[in-house]
Write a protein that binds this ligand. Structure first.
Ligand code: SAM
Ligand code: SF4
Length: 348
């Protein structure tokens, strides 16, 4: 396994399968410590000790899709649905701007209320008010023309986890008509249009094998994204995967570190899900190669309603209001929060 780590950027699909197989057989803590250390050094060569922050605005929890793992899926009758109106979204940005955020991430379910035109108008307004901020979208799969119009209105970045690059695994996680092929096509469209583009996966999602992870690494190498979102799968009690086991801290750290070694300049968040499965999950993620955190800027009264998975943290240090406490935690591990847009070095 150690030998393979030297050549992570050139591994063949079979070698990846081998690597994940070995990891899953042993889960050797000393190997994990070693790979995390290498990933951290790789990150520091490009980014130093800087950690970028993004203000996350979860603006709607309506969704037309039915992904088996997600608490926002349309069949979940327990979800207390909300959507923020334009002025509330703009006040989230205002609050975020005052706190020092220069990237806003608009994340939501695929909510038909937010038509391409409505979203374009919202993006236009944010762009006009905050010319020095980056606007990131995470609103799922749409036509290329919608992606283009949002880009033209001022959106800069787009997060769309591919979830899994393995077709059978994709089907295990999503009912028809969703398809892995369409999702991957969306990612190529986003990149062609000029977005700083992010893909990603959940670690430990039901049915994920060494082969699936190998397919993910090969796909990510091909897409060469600017950002990669990786967090553990965590079951949500009102979904078909309620009884499944969550992904582990160790497996997630292993994946984060591998991605850093394979794509050295990538922007890699230590996710809220990682902070949910372990009290120091985000710090450990940063120490293992991650370099982004995304505190929550959504209005307090809706935070508990955006329940993708159970026990999602939302009022502690991951809250945007707790920025000073986050800064302290980061400086305790030798890192410094940067108040700026934090664009991908691949486009600067
Ligand atoms: N609807 C958009 C989409 O699917 O791309 C954006 C919002 S969606 C809630 C954002 C991400 O949440 C998904 O890409 C998925 O990986 C993650 N997610 C959903 N359910 C999850 C769960 N049970 N555990 C961990 N992550 C989850
Ligand atoms: Fe909707 Fe995204 Fe959840 Fe799937 S993962 S149900 S698209 S919010």
């Amino acid at each position: 396994l150690i030998c393979r780590l030297e050549t992570v950027r050139e591994l063949s699909p079979d070698q990846w399968i081998d690597l994940f197989g070995q990891w899953q057989a042993e889960r050797d803590p000393s190997i994990l410590a070693l790979i995390c250390e290498r990933a951290r050094l790789t990150k520091e060569k490009i980014f130093g000790n800087k950690v970028y922050i993004r203000g996350l605005i979860e603006f709607t929890n309506y969704c037309r899709n039915d992904c088996y793992y997600c608490g926002l899926r349309k069949s979940n009758r327990e979800t207390d649905r909300y959507r923020l109106d334009e002025s509330t979204i703009l006040s989230c940005c205002e609050k975020g701007y005052e706190l020092g955020f220069r990237t806003f991430v608009l994340q939501g379910g695929e909510d038909p209320f937010f038509t391409a035109d409505r979203l374009r108008e919202l993006i236009r307004q944010i762009r006009q008010r905050y010319p020095d901020c980056a606007i990131t979208l995470a609103v799922g799969e749409h036509d290329r023309s919608a992606y283009q119009s949002w880009f033209d209105a001022g959106a800069d970045r787009y997060l769309l986890r591919h979830e899994t690059a393995n077709e059978n695994h994709y089907r295990r996680l999503h009912p028809e008509p969703l398809s892995g092929q369409n999702r991957r096509e969306c990612l190529f469209h986003l990149k062609e249009i000029g977005y700083q583009t992010g893909c990603g996966i959940m670690v430990g999602s039901p049915g994920q094998t060494a082969e699936c992870l190998a397919d993910d690494m090969v796909f990510m190498k091909t897409l060469n994204p600017h950002m990669v979102g990786i967090g553990p799968f965590i079951p949500q009690h009102a979904t078909p995967f309620a009884g499944e086991s969550p992904g582990t801290l160790e497996d997630t750290l292993f994946l984060l570190a591998l991605v850093r070694l394979m794509l050295p300049a990538v922007l890699l968040p230590a996710t809220t899900a990682l902070g949910t499965i372990h009290p120091e999950g985000r710090e450990l993620g940063i120490l293992g190669g991650a370099n982004v955190v995304m505190p929550n800027l959504s209005p307090l009264n809706v935070r508990k309603k955006y329940l993708l998975y159970d026990n999602k943290i939302c009022t502690g240090d991951e809250a945007a209001e707790a920025l000073s406490s986050l800064k302290k935690k980061m400086s305790a591990i030798g890192c410094e929060i940067v108040m700026g847009r934090g664009d991908s070095p691949l486009v600067i």
